[in-house]
Write a protein that binds this ligand. Structure first.
Ligand SMILES: N[C@@H](CCC(=O)N[C@@H](CS)C(=O)NCC(=O)O)C(=O)O
Length: 265
């Protein structure tokens, strides 16, 4: 039996839910609220020592890290293959998915937090805020978090993260001008992997970034038309997070557009 420990709007959770849906696999849900810190328990540490979502458990054996989980699912359940046949396309697929783990995921977290989720913490009293930060055991993480919450899009962490997300869109558009899908001729783990990150920019109302990048716009329309998209997102997203991201993203967009324009100038 397949079990998934996952969060609602968590991009890595969406990435795995997409692959489960593409493969039409049945799975048991263990939904963890990250806001209520339900992933930070000793019971969950036994499944994922990193205390992150998602984690897959297949017949009692845990598999962690979303990129690894998706590769595992494709090896273990190959009936609907999501890795291209041709070795060079398979290599290209992995060059894409590797980027998620070496920069894009962290950038997406910074962009989301500095624009939207910081407002949840700004609503805390000074005392509650310090208690919240004190729970982070690593001093550097504490200070990075304080900076994001207090300074938002003016944090030094923000502009490089936004630039990384814009580069992601530019790189995707270049590839999608050549091939219908990121790895080549067929939908693959690369497309599943990038879907939640483009979707995140969309949730934050930063979709003008691809206004003049028609290949990304066309890819995203084709992605949303696949049944897997609604299955992996609709049921699991909560209104409060979606509203917060949409409202704060729309408010910030004019200053972010200037930030991107001044970088290009
Ligand atoms: N490299 C990991 C990253 C997992 C990750 O950062 N998960 C986020 C949600 S997308 C999380 O659990 N955040 C909660 C926390 O850091 O406390 C993966 O791909 O699975």
């Amino acid at each position: 039996m397949l079990e998934l420990y996952h969060g609602g709007t968590s991009v890595c959770s969406v990435k795995v839910r997409l692959v489960l849906a593409e493969k039409e696999l049945a799975w048991e849900s263990h939904y963890l609220s990250l806001d209520r810190r339900e992933h930070q328990t000793e019971a969950y540490r036994a499944i994922n020592p990193n205390l992150k979502v998602p984690a897959l458990v297949d017949d009692g054996v845990p598999v962690v890290e979303s990129t690894v989980i998706n590769e595992y699912l494709d090896d273990r359940y190959p009936e609907v293959p999501l890795k291209p046949e041709a070795p060079h396309e398979r290599a290209r697929m992995r060059l894409w998915t590797q980027q998620l783990d070496t920069g894009i995921h962290a950038a997406a977290g910074t962009v989301t937090y500095c624009i939207a989720y910081r407002h949840r913490r700004l609503a805390l009293s000074k005392e509650e805020f310090e208690t919240y930060l004190a729970k982070k055991p690593v001093a550097e993480h504490r200070e990075r978090s304080r900076d994001r919450i207090v300074n938002g899009v003016k944090s030094k962490q923000f502009a490089p993260a936004l630039a990384r997300m814009e580069k992601m869109v530019v790189d995707m558009d270049r590839q999608l001008a050549e091939t219908p899908w990121l790895a080549g001729e067929s939908y693959s783990l690369a497309d599943a992997g990038f879907t939640p990150y483009i979707n995140r920019l969309d949730q934050l109302r930063l979709n003008p970034i691809w206004a003049d990048r028609p290949h990304v716009a066309d890819w995203y329309a084709r992605i949303r038309a696949r049944p897997s998209f609604e299955i992996a997102t609709g049921e699991w997203f909560d209104e409060e997070s979606l509203t917060l991201m949409a409202e704060k993203g729309a408010e910030e967009w004019p200053s972010l557009r200037d930030m991107l324009d001044s970088k290009a100038a």
